[in-house]
Ligand binder design. Structure first.
Ligand code: DQA
Length: 143
């Protein structure tokens, strides 16, 4: 199974940004964690990050041509307002799982809205790196 993990804006600043919310671990730690999971589950995992909406859409469209089996997406703040990313996900026909490090249901009002929620198969949130693990295990459980 080929899984693509996409991280949106400011996630490269993990370990620097708002540590009380996002923790002390760096983005490199997250990458290592995800690649280790790939080894553990004998699954191809690619990890991509961009601060740019268009680059995320390009990567989503590339996933279609690369025949990716599942996408794990932390769209960062784009989660709350990017109809362009929403449309890209809707166009793909690839299982897409929404993830968040923090519990977006217990933060500011604007974070409670996810415009990608209903085009994603499932959402895992509030468990830091474990949210990604749950998403990957969910995809693998139902191949
Ligand atoms: C986030 C939550 C978003 O509201 C925020 O803009 C992020 C990270 C999370 O992983 O908790 O950048 O997606």
């Amino acid at each position: 199974m080929k899984i693509l993990v996409i991280n949106g804006p400011n996630l490269n600043f993990l370990g620097i940004r708002e540590k009380k919310i996002y923790g002390n671990n760096s983005y490199d730690d997250l990458k290592k964690y995800l690649l280790e999971l790939g080894k553990k589950y004998n699954t191809e995992i690619e990890v991509f990050q961009s601060n740019h909406e268009g680059a995320i859409i390009d990567k989503l469209q590339e996933a279609y041509f690369e025949k990716v089996d599942g996408i794990v997406l932390n769209a960062g703040a784009y989660t709350h307002y990017s109809y362009a990313i929403r449309d890209a996900i809707a166009s793909l026909n690839i299982r897409t799982i929404e993830v968040h490090l923090s519990d977006i249901t217990k933060r500011e009002e604007f974070r409670k809205i996810s415009v990608i929620h209903d085009v994603c198969e499932k959402t895992f949130f509030g468990k830091h790196f474990e949210s990604y693990k749950e998403a990957i295990e969910y995809l693998l459980a139902d191949k």
